[in-house]
Design a protein around this ligand. Structure first.
Ligand code: G3I
Length: 303
C-alpha cells in the first residue's frame, strides 16, 4: 500500500493524525491529511475550554469543523478529551468538591451527547497520574473531589454514549519500568476486576531525551492488552525524528493484536506543538515525506 492509512488497514488497524481547525484552509495540510490518514483527533477543539466556555453553555463550532472535515472525507474520529486537569475554562478551575464533580458529569453528558454514536473512542480521562516515582494520582482539582472521580467519569461516559470505546489516555506510561505506568496498569486491572467500564488505554507516546522510546514498549502494550482492553498509540511524536525509532514503535504495535491503531500528533513538523526544529513528525515543513515516513510505511507494509 502507498499511504499510511491503506497500509495500516491491511492488518485491520488505523493510522491517524491530530488536526487543528485553524489549518483546514491550508491546502498542503489538508491534501496530506486526507491522503495519508483515516482517523482524526481534534488537537484542541473538543477539549473542555473549547466545548464549554461558560458553565452549561456548550460550543461545538470548532469541534464540528474538525469532525465534519473528517467524516466528509471518510475518516473516523477519536474524541479528545472529557476530564482533564488542564485546559479547563476559568469557571471550572474555580470550582471544587461536589459542584466540580457535578460539572464534570454534566460536561461529559453534554459533549458525548452532542457526538453520540459518532465517535470511535473517547479519551474520557486524560493525564490523571503523577509524574515521578510515586505511581499515584496527580494532584488536581478533580482528584481533590475524591479518588473515585475517574470511575465516575467512565460510568457517566458509558451511559452517555454506549457506542464509543472509552479510553484512559496518558503520557510517560509507555516505559514498563516506570512507576507511572504501573500506577495506570493497576487502575485498569482494578477497573476490569470491578466492572468499571473501560475499553482502551491510550499511550500518548511523546518520545524525547527525557522520556525516550524503550525496547520494553512492546511489553507495556502486551501487558495492558492482557487486561482485556485495546491499546491505541494516541499522540505519537519523536523528537529528532529517528526513522529507526518510528519503525520500532510501529512494529511493537503490530506485534500485539489488541493494539488497534496509531495516531501521530500533527501532520508536518511545522504543525507540531514541539516546534519544527525538533523534527518530530513524518512530513517536513514543506509537506515532503521524511525518512521516518518511509520507515513507518515499510513497517506497516511488512506486517
Ligand atoms: O488559540 C489560541 C490563540 O488564539 C492565541 O493567540 C494563542 C496565543 O498563545 O494561543 C492559542 O491557543 C493555543 C492552542 O494550543 C492552539 O494553538 C494555546 O495557547 C496552547 O496552550 C495550545 O497548546 C496545546 C496543548 O495541548 C495545550 O495543553 C497544543 O496545541 C496541543 O498540541 C497539546 O496537546 C496535548 C494533548 O492535548 C494532551 N497530551 C499532550 C499534548 C501535547 O502537549
Amino acid at each position: 500500500a502507498s499511504t499510511l492509512a491503506a497500509a495500516a488497514q491491511q492488518s485491520g488497524r488505523y493510522f491517524g493524525t491530530a488536526i487543528a481547525a485553524g489549518k483546514l484552509g491550508d491546502q498542503t495540510y489538508t491534501t496530506i491529511a486526507n491522503r495519508e490518514f483515516d482517523m482524526i483527533t481534534a488537537e484542541n477543539e473538543m477539549k473542555i475550554d473549547a466545548t464549554e466556555p461558560n458553565r452549561g453553555q456548550f460550543n461545538f463550532s470548532a469541534g464540528d469543523r474538525v469532525y465534519n472535515w473528517a467524516v466528509q472525507n471518510g475518516k473516523r474520529v477519536r474524541g479528545h478529551t472529557l476530564a482533564w486537569h488542564s485546559q479547563q475554562p476559568g469557571w471550572m478551575q474555580a470550582l471544587s468538591g461536589s459542584s466540580l464533580r457535578q460539572a464534570m458529569i454534566n460536561h461529559i453528558n453534554g459533549v458525548m451527547g452532542h457526538y453520540r454514536g459518532k465517535i470511535y473512542a473517547w479519551d474520557v480521562v486524560n493525564e490523571a497520574y503523577a509524574d515521578g516515582n510515586s505511581g499515584g494520582r496527580r494532584d488536581s482539582n478533580l482528584q481533590r473531589t475524591g479518588n473515585d472521580w475517574i470511575e465516575v467519569a467512565f460510568r457517566t461516559a458509558r451511559a452517555a454514549d454506549p457506542s464509543a470505546k472509552l479510553c484512559y489516555n496518558d503520557y510517560n506510561i509507555d516505559n514498563w519500568n516506570w512507576a507511572k505506568t504501573q500506577g495506570v496498569y493497576n487502575m485498569v486491572r482494578d477497573f476490569k476486576q470491578r466492572g468499571v467500564p473501560i475499553d482502551c488505554v491510550g499511550l500518548q507516546s511523546h518520545f524525547n531525551s527525557n522520556s525516550p522510546y524503550n525496547s520494553n514498549y512492546r511489553t507495556t502494550i502486551q501487558s495492558f492488552a492482557a487486561l482485556g482492553v485495546d491499546v491505541q498509540i494516541t499522540e505519537l511524536d519523536i523528537q529528532g525524528g529517528s526513522a529507526t525509532t518510528y519503525a520500532n514503535v510501529v512494529n511493537d504495535c503490530l506485534a500485539v493484536p489488541r493494539c488497534t491503531g496509531i495516531t501521530v500528533w500533527g501532520v508536518r513538523d511545522s504543525d507540531s506543538w514541539l516546534g519544527a526544529n525538533t523534527s518530530p513528525l513524518l512530513f517536513d515543513g514543506n509537506g515532503n515525506k521524511k525518512a521516518a515516513y518511509n520507515s513507518v510505511l515499510n513497517a506497516l507494509n511488512n506486517a
